[in-house]
Design a protein around this ligand. Sequence first.
Ligand code: ADP
Length: 339
Amino acid sequence: MKRIAVLTSGGDAPGMNACIRAVVLTAEHYNIEVIGYRHGYNGLLNQEYKVMSRDSVGNIMQAGGTVLRSARCLEFKTEAAAIKAAQNLDELEIEALLVIGGDGSFKGADHLSKFWDKQIIALPGTIDNDINGTDATIGYFTAIETALSSIDKVRDTADAFERIFLVEVMGRHAGFIGLSAAVSSGADQVLLPEIHNDSVKALQTIVGHIETARKIRGNTSYIVVVAENLWPGGVTALAQVLTERIKTDCRPVILGHVQRGGSPVTQDRLLATKLGAYAVEAAMAGKTNIMVGERNYKLVDVPLTETWANRKELDPYLVKIQTELFDITQSQLAKQLAD
Ligand code: ADP
């Protein structure tokens, strides 16, 4: 194998740079040249690339974002775009393409594979962790850390004023960041798409929960972590409805894009490094149309289409801890109050 290409696509995630670095260093070890396409699939269509070397990946491990830049590319969904991309890859004599991104980018890779007969390896890079077949995705751990440190700060001010706060975290349509951040921050309640898909019931649950908690504890601070895209209009709209229902001021906080940035934490750097190196070796071994991932500390190859075929499950024990074992409304005290 003489030449491979790498790109980052879709939502950026901390650790993408560590992954690019691992790809380049591993390829150099095996005397393979690496072409870095810029701006996701746009770079493939415009032949916008740079030849990568040890120098171009020096000192990037600790940086968030991606030195190759990321982007969305609607045009890539067309047949004409995939054919053009295949021609461009062949023109540069690329033998394998490594795509670092989320499930949208994986669908793009699958689309390309129908028009290009060389190898495609996908690497899970998204803060949402919503990719089946790997325990975690690159960027997920840093995003939880960022959400967590903000929720801890919200808790300080909430405590001082005995206020109710609704904190919206990212995750696209998955509750991984929400659940992990809620458990780690000791949030009183969490609303997740996997559990609370009916907004009328979700509202009843929160109202009942706050009222019971306040009966038991009095007026203390109260934090609800809410996954994005769960409530129509987000936490701002939910806080308004809730304020009217319980006749107490509820404050919304949207953490937003800060969760995408920042220096990657150790777990993301290690995962990115392992997957980047392993993807190059997988390409050398002739593998194609797979995602490389890690399950139970073992590197694995997952057929690309399987990564989005089934919804990835939340950790059921963490759900039990948050919604049963540690939930004040499930306590003996709450049961006595109800009797
Ligand atoms: P992520 O990879 O973070 O999930 P997106 O869902 O925005 O991000 O997808 C990134 C890019 O992948 C899109 O802008 C598009 O170029 C490509 N893509 C997504 N879905 C498809 C598809 N069905 N066919 C072809 N390309 C796709």
